[in-house]
Design a binder for this molecule. Sequence first.
Ligand code: PLP
Length: 369
Amino acid sequence: MKIQSFKLERYLARYEFSAPYLMCCSDCEPLTLKELLALTDKESLSLWENLQLGYTDSRGHHLLREEISRLYDNITPENLLVTCPEEGIFLTMNILLDPGDHIVVTFPGYQSLYEIADSIGCTVTRWQPQEGKEWKFDVTYLESAIRKNTKLLVVNFPHNPTGALPEREDYNLIVKMAKENNIFLFSDEMYRFLEYDERDRLPSGAEIYENGLSLFGMSKTFSLAGLRLGWLVTRNRELLDKLLAFKDYTTICSSAPSEILALMALRARDKIIARNLEIIKNNLSLLDRFFDDHPDVFSWNRPKAGSIALPRLLLKERTSLFCRRLREEKGVVLLPSRVYDYGEGHFRVGFGRRDMSNALTLLEDYLDR
Ligand SMILES: Cc1ncc(COP(=O)(O)O)c(C=O)c1O
């Protein structure tokens, strides 16, 4: 397989472990092992201490799948496959797509959501949101984009990088279009449960459509990206069996310690989600004030969910240059929209980390200069 390099990951790899201030991360403040163990119930602790470090069940530990299924309506442990999140995208695209197929995908977006399809030889239609309308994804555009050979619709709500989240009515229409046209729906839900208003939470794609496939995991909402653990959900058993069989060629099974740590975190999910939403909301109020103070420099579309957003830079400067100068002078890393193949006008800001306020002060200093 020949595939383009993953621009965002390559960019981050250069600075993630060396720059003093990361103000672009998409995960929430990572938990330490000590913090997680302090939140843990007795049964999980005993599983942890007595854990055998051998191969694990390819589908995922049965207790973990049971706990994951509690996040959904109408989903049982038999509807789940534990994978690394990025791996889940890779498996799905390889199982569902053939050369010549057409897919529609929300764009800008996480590159693997369209790049793998492209490398397989599919035609990819990018469904772009309207910045002037709070990054709304227009459903009438989607209708016009569907073709006879459209095999797959890929959506990512809450959306990376804009933080957009459709109204329930629009989401229902999106799912209806997939159903009526017999198109598989891949719903990347990596930022689910980070809606600022719980009433905005959308049903999971797998809950409401038999040929819907949802992706979720521990990396963002649950502060445990280092576990490299997530899952695919679908009620289409034939599809799930194919995904499981393909996994024999990627990781075979998940890491035993990660499975138990994920189980612990999911059992303590209410506390972890509340912690992260508190960090996010505090940071968002700082960002609101900051952008209010600089109306000539930035345009701020406040997100509805998640830990990232995509402000526009109103200055003439390209954002790749703006980000580079800021990084070189102040050690603060923002993510220019170029890494999303989305021009030079925007940058991604991340606000799920505790030290964001320090980075913001440095950005303020940089602008004052
Ligand atoms: C929308 C989206 N999907 C999938 C992933 C992949 O998650 P992971 O890095 O945990 O494999 C990410 C990570 O940034 C993401 O933002």
